[in-house]
Design a protein around this ligand. Structure first.
Ligand code: 5CU
Length: 369
């Protein structure tokens, strides 16, 4: 019986090269091995994780083999009926390296991802990582090199860009290189919001506030700055996939646009509107794709409404959000996202099939035979 392909475009990995890099460091981000060799190492990923008052086994988060093992990724895919995955390095990528260190580590990580994909019989493709702390010529050099790696379909990008955010004019050569290489930008959060917004009781709620609210707001702000600064006017062919169903972009796009149209700071443009020449609605329909990692049919419907049903793509966020019940093979987080897509489309089975796989195959030119 022919099965319809399911493609996971939001699935991360910390490849061996990256773990080696983190193990060699003592400043955030770094990997802390515990005296108990049976216990997984701890990833100290945020400054707030690096609390010397806490015992080592309570700092940061445990990083077990599911974060780096390709066999476990393939088993996870089999369990959930996923035909093809587009893997990407997990946060915080290479943002923290010195300008001299960045390019060699980017090349090592990207080569390892390519090697992994090339031995996977087309079940794996990848989004590469860029050495963003390096000079723009080194960054664009890596973008050009990626075109010779057969399984690369885009790049994953954090919200800070070269350190000043995605409205930074210094990013122009990078946008140009990505646009002409036709590489998709997978825009993904890491830094969240300042911890003060979560209040003095934040630690009582674990990671709930930063992950459910900080991440989506971070992504929304980053993308809005990109649009406001005219990136899509200057680079009309740039393609951006925004993580977590666009953060809050689908819900807030009307308000963002209204604020622009009422902002005296912006002179009227040729079309009679204010702000960037290419309006938010147009950019969302022509330059943007959204993943469906949103855990509710309401979220999927909102995504579909603003970008169109051909531009929403299924993802899992593996290996994040595993079941808390350790023996369980099926992940609630994945089942919720699959069900959300099916419920959002109801009788439109073809629409759901496209979001679950067809859209990604078409956008990224994946060979899923
Ligand atoms: O929700 C997510 O995407 C993530 C992620 O990518 N990285 C992380 O550290 N936590 C959650």
């Amino acid at each position: 019986m022919a099965t319809t392909p399911v493609v996971d475009i939001h699935t991360h990995i910390y490849p061996t090269t990256y773990l080696t890099l983190l193990r060699s460091r003592t400043k955030v981000p770094y990997l802390l091995d515990l005296p108990d060799k049976m216990a997984p190492p701890r990833l100290i990923i945020l400054p707030s994780d690096d609390d010397p008052a806490l015992p080592a086994h309570q700092r940061g988060r445990p990083i077990d083999s599911s974060y780096s093992s390709i066999n476990q990724k393939l088993d996870f895919m089999k369990t959930h009926g996923i035909t093809t995955s587009v893997i990407s390095l997990a946060n915080p990528w290479l943002d923290f390296l010195s300008p001299e260190e960045g390019p060699q580590w980017a090349a090592k990580v990207n080569n390892e991802l390519e090697d992994i994909c090339s031995t996977s019989q087309n079940s794996l493709y990848a989004f590469a990582t860029l050495p963003l702390s390096a000079s723009s010529s080194r960054i664009t050099g890596e973008i050009h090199r990626l075109q010779s790696l057969a399984h690369m379909r885009g790049i994953i990008l954090g919200t800070t860009g070269l350190s000043q955010g995605l409205d930074d004019p210094a990013l122009e050569p990078v946008w140009s290189a990505l646009e002409s290489a036709k590489l998709l930008i997978f825009l993904h959060p890491h830094y969240g919001l300042p911890s003060s917004v979560y209040g003095p009781r934040a630690s009582e709620y674990g990671h709930v506030l930063p992950l459910s609210l900080g991440f989506p707001m971070e992504t929304t702000i980053a993308f809005t700055r990109m649009w406001l600064s005219g990136v899509f006017d200057r680079h009309p062919k740039l393609k951006v996939l925004i993580a977590h169903a666009g953060g809050t972009v689908p819900f807030l796009s009307g308000r963002i646009n209204s604020c622009v149209q009422h902002e005296r700071h912006f002179p009227e443009n040729e079309g009679g509107g204010r702000g960037p020449k290419r309006g938010l609605k147009e950019v969302l329909r022509e330059n943007v794709w959204l993943d469906a990692v949103v855990y509710s049919p309401t979220g999927v419907r909102a995504a579909v409404e603003v970008v169109g049903k051909d531009r929403v793509l299924f993802g899992t966020d593996h290996p994040f959000f595993p079941p808390l019940d350790e023996g369980k093979e099926e992940w609630m987080s994945v089942e919720t996202n699959i069900q959300a897509v099916k419920d959002a489309f109801g009788e439109d089975k073809q629409g759901a099939t496209k979001v679950l796989g067809g859209n990604a195959i078409e956008l990224l030119g994946l060979d899923v035979a």
